[in-house]
Design a protein around this ligand. Structure first.
Ligand code: VGL
Ligand code: ZN
Length: 212
């Protein structure tokens, strides 16, 4: 068991990001068993949950004439036009049925402000509002976070980059993530960026059997 200064962050393992969901991440369901395997090895486990109001600015359908995948400017920030997904209190926003959430001590909802998207589990994309995740981890004296979930090239990436910026040692569990790859190479580029910013990139087997 890792000591209590480590926390596991489960990013957006929600129905809409699984095959058949509104914003399906290819093979997104494969992260569930990785998460379930790792959870018992951490004293502290938290989860993020994409949790949008229906009128959210990231939904293409809220911008007449826009199509999914277009990039527009909203409140001064680039905003990708996504399909309607993870609408509050809908089945698509629920955690994957098979995800073991029993030991999740806190859920941090994000993307609740209709005007701002929020890829990171720590802040909205404009860094206007904190979700409380950083304060929560710091109150528990967490020094190192392990991150897995969906999607590698969006919410995982920005959660990892914010964690590093906030001063957490940050481990990306690569085989516990799957990406959207809107453009070919996006996942590889995201992993390279996380590494450049100081993330350690590891596989589940290495996390479970740390080199002595
Ligand atoms: C995500 C796009 C839009 C994610 C959330 O969880 O990576 N991606 N909303
Ligand atoms: Zn979203």
């Amino acid at each position: 068991m890792y000591n209590p200064t480590n926390a596991l962050i489960l990013v957006d393992i929600q129905n809409d990001f699984l095959p058949g969901g509104a914003l399906a991440v290819p093979h997104g369901d494969e992260v569930i068993s990785v998460a379930n395997q790792l959870i018992p090895h951490f004293e502290l486990v938290v989860a993020t949950q994409d949790w949008h109001p229906r009128e959210h600015a990231s939904f293409a359908s809220n911008h007449p004439g826009q199509e999914i995948g277009n990039v527009i400017t909203v409140e001064g920030l680039d905003q990708i036009m996504w399909p309607v997904h993870c609408v509050q209190n809908t089945p698509g926003a629920e955690f994957a049925d098979d995800l073991n959430t029993d030991r999740v001590s806190h859920i941090f909802k994000k993307g609740t402000d209709p005007h701002f998207d929020s890829y990171s589990g720590f802040f909205d994309n404009g860094h206007h509002t904190a979700t409380g995740l950083s304060d929560f981890l710091k109150a528990k004296h967490v020094q190192r976070v392990f991150v897995l979930g969906l999607a590698t090239d969006y919410c995982v990436k920005f959660t990892v980059l914010d964690a590093l910026q906030l001063g957490f040692e940050t481990v990306l569990i690569e085989d516990g993530c799957r990406g959207v790859n809107l453009n070919e190479g996006d996942v590889a580029a995201a992993i390279a960026t996380m590494r450049q910013h100081g993330a350690e990139v590891r596989q589940t087997a290495q996390v479970l059997q740390p080199a002595s």
